[in-house]
Every structure is written in C-alpha cells, then in structure tokens.
Ligand binder design. Structure first.
Ligand code: CDP
Length: 233
C-alpha cells in the first residue's frame, strides 16, 4: 500500500471483536493500535483502588490530576501494555470489578474530557487504529475510515465468557451476559458521547464471519480510503 496513512476508527458494542480486528490491522499496516477502552478501565481501576466517590466532581477532578496513562509496546504480545502511573495494569483492568464499574466511570464528563484529549494527541500523526465507543463520532470525526461493529448478543457473550474463563474459572455465562447487557445499555443511553453509529460509519456484523473474511473485507475498505487520502507528512 502507498506511504499514505489514515485514521481507522472502530466503534461498537462490548465484545464484538473490535480489538481483534484492530490488532490484526495494526500489524498488517504497521499502524499504532490504541485500545481506548483500556484507558477508561485504567481510570476505573485507580478510582476503585483509591476509593474515589464517582459522584463527587471534586474528588473525581483531584483523582484525575494524579493519573498518568501511557501505552508501552510489548514485542512478545505484539500489542501495547497499558501503564497507569508507571505500573503495567494490562491484566487487572480486565477484572470483573472493573467490568462492573467502568461504564459508570466512562459516563462522567470530566473523565471523558481527560481521556479524549489524550486519544486525540496520540492520533495526531495518523497511521492509527483506535477502538472504542465514540472514536468515529467524537474523538476523530474526520477519520478516513469508520467502522461500526456489531455481532449477535449470544455470540458476544460466549466470546467474552471464553476469554474470561481462562483467568477466572468461577465466572458464569449469566454473569458475563448480565455485565455485557448492562454496559451496552449504559454506554448507549448516557448523556456524554453515547455509543451510536456515526452517520458515515460502515456497519460490520461479524456474527458468522471468520477472522480472515473480516480482515479481507476491512483491508479492501482501507485500500479505497488510503488511495483517496492526501500524502502523509
Ligand atoms: O472490551 P469491551 O468491548 O467489553 O470494553 P472496552 O472497549 O474495554 O471498554 C470498556 C468500557 O469503557 C465500555 O463499556 C465503555 O463504558 C467505556 N468506553 C467508552 O465509554 N468510550 C470508549 N471510547 C471506549 C470505552
């Protein structure tokens, strides 16, 4: 593909495979992959550990002042680890307790402003794939390619259950289903940047697609968009 680089924004419901395709694309294109959800998860982990009252705006503002988030590329995993004040929190941010609180934290206006400013700074150089809930609508409304991913809820529950079972064999399918339904509901109905399909996003329903089929389809869309993009400085 040409030396031109674009921004790829992938949004959608929980557990529909956004990070899988985003990682594949980043590896294929030599782009940087940013998991914006990991940032909301890291902020949530900090709030929980420090017993921050989410409902108190002053406590939230003070806590955000104490948080520094960065990504560190991990050669072995071929993905970035997320650092919270110099601690690698890639594993603890996937805990059920974080799952249970992250959507409430991500609905807070100050939290979103804090995370979005960092996401926009990271994307300045283009050549980026970012996934989340508001990437095409708020973070990069000018992204050359916007994908809105979706998959059958039952398929999503089983994918997430299998993922979580590896580190938590006590987890039940019902717990996973309940958490996904609740987060999707909060994420889509919140006042601040709710999850919705940007009008220029392409819908990708991958319920019955293999990873290869999905990658081929998206690579085709990227080739079209990259062709039209101006040369990257
Ligand atoms: O992996 P999964 O799709 O379940 O979630 P995630 O991408 O790790 O995001 C965790 C939570 O962060 C979501 O349920 C949203 O509440 C929030 N989030 C958001 O509000 N905006 C984003 N751009 C990304 C995530």
């Amino acid at each position: 593909m040409s030396g031109k680089k674009i921004i790829i924004a992938i949004d959608g419901y929980s557990s529909c495979g956004k990070s899988t395709i985003a990682k594949q694309l980043a590896a294929r294109l030599g782009y940087n992959y940013i998991d914006s959800g990991a940032m909301y998860r890291a902020i949530t982990l900090f709030f929980l550990r420090n017993r921050i009252n989410f409902e108190n705006a002053e406590d939230v503002a003070n806590a955000l002042n104490d948080i520094e988030i960065s990504f560190r590329y991990n050669e072995e995993a071929q993905a970035s680890d997320i650092m919270l004040n110099d601690e690698d929190v890639s594993i603890p941010i996937r805990d059920m307790l974080v799952n249970e609180n992250v959507s409430q934290v991500a609905a807070i206006k100050q939290v979103r402003a804090f995370a979005v400013a960092q996401q926009q700074a990271i994307g300045k150089g283009k050549g980026i794939v970012m996934d989340g809930r508001d990437i095409g609508s708020v973070v990069f409304p000018e992204a050359e390619l916007k994908i809105f991913m979706t998959a059958d809820p039952a398929v999503r529950v089983m994918r997430r259950f299998k993922e979580m079972y590896v580190t938590n064999p006590h987890i039940t399918i019902d717990e996973v289903r309940h958490n996904l339904e609740l987060r999707d509901y909060i994420d889509s109905t919140r006042e601040e940047s709710p999850l919705h399909k940007a009008k220029d996003a392409i819908v990708l329903d991958n319920s019955s697609m293999t990873r290869e089929e999905q990658l081929d389809k998206v690579m085709h869309w990227i080739a079209e968009r990259t062709e039209k993009a101006p040369a990257t400085a």
